[in-house]
Design a protein around this ligand. Sequence first.
Ligand code: SUG
Length: 444
Amino acid sequence: MNESAAAVELNLDGLVGPTHHYGGLAPGNIASQSHRYQVSYPKQAALEGLRKMKRLAALSIPQGVLPPHFRPDIDALRAFGLEGTDEDVLAQSLSEHPDRLSIVSSASAMWTANAATVSPSADTQDGRVHFTPANLQSTPHRRLETEFTTAVFRRIFDDSKHFVIHDPLPATDKFSDEGAANQMRMVSAYGQPGLEVFVYGRSPGSQLPKKFPARQTRAACDAIAHNHLLNPDRVSVVQQTPRAIDAGVFHNDVIAVANENLLLCHSAAFVDQPRLIDQWKSHLPSLRVVQVSEDQLSLEETVRSYLFNSQIVSLKTGEMLLLCPEECRQSSAVMRVLEELQQDSDLKLRIEFVDLRQSMQNGGGPACLRLRVVLTERELQAMSSSILLTPELAATLEEWVNRHYRDELTLPDLADIRLVEEVKVALDELTEILDLGQIYLFQK
Ligand code: SUG
């Protein structure tokens, strides 16, 4: 095997932040809308996320942890025009603009599938791993993530021989970008040159969804493929069906998931789907496509169960693991699909379920919580190893969460200046645990 063929997939999960709550901030994301202002459980949320990371690490899958962003972002409240001490600004926003308090307090950086788009070195013409942090400009709470995400990636992947961290695309409607949640990679083995598929919701002249916004633009996909120095012959830029977006599929990873030479998707995922699948198969003859038809699973149930947001990973045994959200078990249609998949001996699929209810209630399933970064052994050694999950680090983080996180949060709690102080103490300690240096503004 040559060096490039011996690559692994690192999953980078975002540690759920201490201000995790339900703000109803994401139009087109039905779970977010329907849980608005319900009581949240940040400690439970962070522990659920850690449990998923531990499960993967126990299967020998490289697993990394990204730190939460500091919230509430009081500077952002000031930018919205509020004045006074931190305490005044928080109190005023709670009484006059509770929606803004929620925006600046969102722990949305936990969904790292939206942190960036990543192209492994086997795909790029300069042989480096390219990252473009997503501008997330389509929602005000997520737009706040980009600057810190960029700084964190530059800290962790700090070796320009192996890594390029691009600037995010301009935060404009034209270049609206939501990261790897709208990217799939089809390949015979991680370290081989792959076909990178970019999925957009809108481009000038395309048919648009009627009810919900299309967040990803074609211009963003094209710009990233170009900036990442991808071989144009191994790039496919495709449109998500407007109908899926209107059913609540706000990112491609809510309706399709690929891993190596397996693509699992709903039959209503892409415009012109049969032709695309033929095209993808001609690129990668070993591609196995499992399409779930509308008769098997309605779009509504697709969104409710989050089947396609299961995380697929390759195991050392040659099998793949489909890590499904617990919610899949509540759907008999999904269970029938899973049974069929398991019976298909060619697929060699293991199925497990994971309880991520706190994140799921905001529309974030297993696949939303992780960013996939394919790395060769040398690249793995060139990144900061302090964020890689070991059993010791997992135990330290669990203890850290148990000590610092609140059990429950309601909207008024977000204006509590004591919460701000608690978060600062917690994050300050976290930078030591993850050996990240003083990355937070409040530490400077
Ligand atoms: O952008 N939810 C996120 C969920 C992101 C899921 N990610 C992927 N599909 N990869 C979003 O819609 C809700 C926050 C709130 O309402 O409080 C939110 O931002």
